[in-house]
Design a protein around this ligand. Sequence first.
Ligand code: NAD
Length: 490
Amino acid sequence: MTATQGSQALDEITDWAYAPAPQATDVVSIAPENGLFIGGEFAPAADGRQFATVNPATEEPLAQVAEAGQADVDRAVAAATAAYEQVWQPMPGRERAKYLYRIARIIQERAREFAVLESLDNGKPIRESRDVDVPLAAAHFFYYAGWADKLEYAGLGPAPRPLGVAGQVIPWNFPLLMAAWKLAPALAAGNTCVLKPAETTPLTALLLAEVGQQAGLPPGVVNVLTGDGAAGAALVAHPGVRKVAFTGSTEVGKAIARTVAGTGKKLTLELGGKAANIVFDDAPVDQAVEGIVGGIFFNQGHVCCAGSRLLVQESVAEAVLDRLRRRMTTLRLGDPLDKNTDVGAINSRVQLDKIRELSDSGEQEGAERWSPPCQLPERGFWFPPTIFTGVSQSHRIAREEIFGPVLSVLTFRTPEEAVAKANNTPYGLSAGIWTDKGSRILWLASRLRAGVVWAGTFNKFDPASPFGGYRESGYGREGGRHGLAAYLDA
Ligand code: NAD
């Protein structure tokens, strides 16, 4: 095929029509009212308060969920303390492992149910919840189940001990996966847990609590408190909590660090990011473009380690941007439950407003905005995949986390300039490198101030691999052997 034929073919691709391939939702039954999960049972909040969780793709309410208050936090921490002292901590590691294996297998058995529920509550495409979130959540339980009886071989001292009750607060972008990241290492290490999912995505954490019941997990080992920031704040401040694990915004992370300071509680913070995805002139362009697209449009850009700043070498900038724009015209935005969908709904109106405000600031500050032609559904929360060119380092869209499908493009001439620009951020969670030279990858990786550096790929996760940030991206590591250290007194 000649080059001209190739580009004609690409133009035609944009005209392809896809027949809808909707995922059936009858695998899921959502109770109209959902209680808190405390001491192995579901029960309403002590003061009876509830809130609605909505489907962000339609704005239809999905269910009412109990809103935990101080009395519920007290009850959950008491249940977790009793379970820690009487059952979970004294239990041999090989017995704890059996529960974790069971949970992992039940997640696999109920994978479709989890995937559909996650897409309904979060707005992410079913292809992502089905192929990424749910399998990785199961993999985390499998992985840490393997550690439960081998803690003394983790390189953390001859007799590492659990900490006690872990208070865990998670965000809405990967609700089930973040629950798995928090619960699996904590339980493997012998701690008990009180988990607070985000207010816009509580449903899969409650289904996971049900899976715990199904697995015969002793009452109180895992407790789930649905509610808002006030419930999270009460949980992390509770004197009965010995370990706090938080994933969310840098602002809330700082508030939690202040609360926890001086209490002797162990703390890990997984916060925001503004990662650089760096493309050199010798990079394989098609692969790099796939990596750029996956880096920023996966999960609507609601990814803390999203490659939200593209740094492209000036000599290839036009060619890369040309291919990127073509690729973006083939992204399909719409119904998250359609198996063809690439870009789903924004998780909430609040988040949509934040993305709009920051994108408007990009235009006001002089950057050039571009989105492919794309029809947004009438109802629900939607934002088209967007790139900004002509971005300078002082623009807000180059400095602040947008947490949406918005890419800021900057250029560089030398590797030194790429490093300086990539590190010019208060964050330090991740980075990506696209080049043909192994030596350049190593040179850059040792200079980039980021917890994770991907080369020739982006957004790759594995439970055996530690993940976490520097500076305003937080501290502590989740995943791998390092993830155990956060839950052990060693
Ligand atoms: P958020 O900080 O507002 O909320 C996160 C969680 O904290 C929610 O469960 C919320 O109810 C709770 N919360 C709110 N105020 C609290 C308080 N004062 N005390 C205790 N808990 C409180 O963040 P968000 O809007 O839900 O999530 C988006 C942010 O999370 C982004 O900035 C993103 O970068 C970050 N994030 C980071 C990672 C990571 O691994 N580093 C992963 C996902 C998301």
